[in-house]
Design a protein around this ligand. Structure first.
Ligand SMILES: [Mn+2]
Length: 392
């Protein structure tokens, strides 16, 4: 019985800009550092397990021409892994082109980079094992190469490595680069297809005769990539007769976990208490959480100030935090609604404007204007106004 251990990862997207998150430079640098830590930890696991080989199914880099320091970081990390062989099939974000780092002659001897333009094969010098791989060229987006692999009918274990979108598992928010059907590549003597492109883990095997998996991105990059992330550990067992068995296990590895939560804001509960509540609700260490908080409740001064204070106080505790102001305007805040004062008349007029607003943004803007005036009147100009006798 021959047992082969393979580590399969993809879509690491080193050097992402994180610009769509709207993060500042410091947070962006921290998230990029997290991507590197995750990459290092995956290779450390490959060394300790130990894996017989590592497969990287594309989008190792976020762009075709990553910065030199990142390329050097990857080359050094992979060299430390020697003699464990590493196979890379460049993806649509980091295609194999003239100016790509993949075209450099500096890659360590244990690294094989598959080129575009046809399937290449790597035959193990000792074991009955063949790796078939192909890279993206940055131009061809058809996925036609998934039809073009022909695997020998022999007693060796055959594995394919490529980047593209299996049609039946295409998520609605992802682009459909290099679309193909599992049946296009599946064949009797192909044990495993190591795929990359989808950022959530996907088992695309379906009815196919070959096992096909996407490990997903090992480090989330935005709030569509929430929760823990993983890479795959594969154990392929082969006794030389019949089809080898493939067992795939997802191993958690995200350094910073993205998650969303809802937090009810009330002015009588100050920012420190809301922050304590938020920290208690985190599933892990807050400094390794990127959190998007939906702040709900009804606005009445000083609720805006609570959100502002919460933003400032929460920032040092979290890997990254954004607080979305989803407060609803309060049309008739007490005690204005029951009074007969200039301020209550102004509130009534503004409440009509808020109610008549054409959209949510305009309503929020009118409510904010109303709240500023109410607050200014109460704190500066008319300190006793709210104490006026209610209408009977
Ligand atoms: Mn991709």
């Amino acid at each position: 019985m021959k047992r082969i251990r393979i580590l399969h990862t993809a879509d690491i997207h080193l050097d992402s800009s994180f610009s769509t998150l709207g993060v500042n430079a410091r947070a962006g640098a921290e998230l990029r550092a997290a991507q590197r830590r995750v990459f290092d930890s995956i290779l450390e696991r490959a060394r300790d397990w130990p894996a017989d080989m590592v497969l990287i199914a594309g989008d190792l880099f976020d762009a075709g021409e990553p910065c030199d320091a990142t390329v050097a970081f990857v080359m050094e990390a992979l060299e430390r892994l020697a003699p464990i062989p590493v196979f890379i099939a460049p993806g649509d974000h980091d295609p194999y082109s003239t100016y790509s780092p993949y075209a450099l002659a500096l890659w360590p001897g244990n690294v094989t980079i598959f080129k575009p333009g046809g399937w290449q094969r790597w035959e193990h010098p000792v074991h009955p094992l063949v790796i078939h791989g192909i890279g993206c060229d940055g131009v061809n987006t058809s996925g036609e190469w998934f039809h073009e692999l022909h695997v020998d009918t022999d007693d060796r274990v055959h594995i394919a490595l490529a980047h593209g979108a299996e049609r039946t598992h295409q998520p609605p928010y992802d682009d459909s680069f290099a679309p193909f059907d599992a049946a296009d590549i599946a064949q009797d003597n192909l044990s495993y297809v190591a795929l990359g492109h989808f950022h959530d883990p996907v088992d695309a095997t379906g009815d196919a005769t070959s096992v096909m998996r996407y490990p997903g991105t090992p480090q989330g990059r935005n709030f569509l990539e929430q929760g823990d992330r993983s890479f795959l550990e594969l154990v392929i067992e082969h006794n030389g007769v019949g089809k080898p068995t493939v067992q795939a296990t997802a191993i958690s590895c995200a350094d910073i976990v993205f998650e969303r939560c809802v937090c009810r804001i009330s002015a009588d509960q100050g920012a420190p208490a809301i922050l304590d509540d938020l920290l208690a609700r985190m599933s892990g260490d807050a400094s390794h959480r990127a959190v998007q908080v939906q702040a709900t409740g009804t606005t009445l001064p000083p609720a805006y100030e609570v959100i502002e204070a919460l933003r400032a106080e929460a920032r040092p505790h979290f890997g990254y935090i954004e607080i979305i102001d989803a407060l609803e305007p309060m049309l008739n805040p007490p005690p204005l609604s029951t009074q007969h004062t200039c301020l209550s008349k102004l509130n009534k007029a503004m409440a009509e404007r808020i109610a008549d607003a054409s959209d949510k943004d305009e309503a929020a803007f009118e409510a904010y204007a109303r709240d500023l005036v109410v607050k200014a009147c109460r704190s500066l100009m008319l300190p006793t106004h709210d104490a006026a006798e209610p209408l009977s």
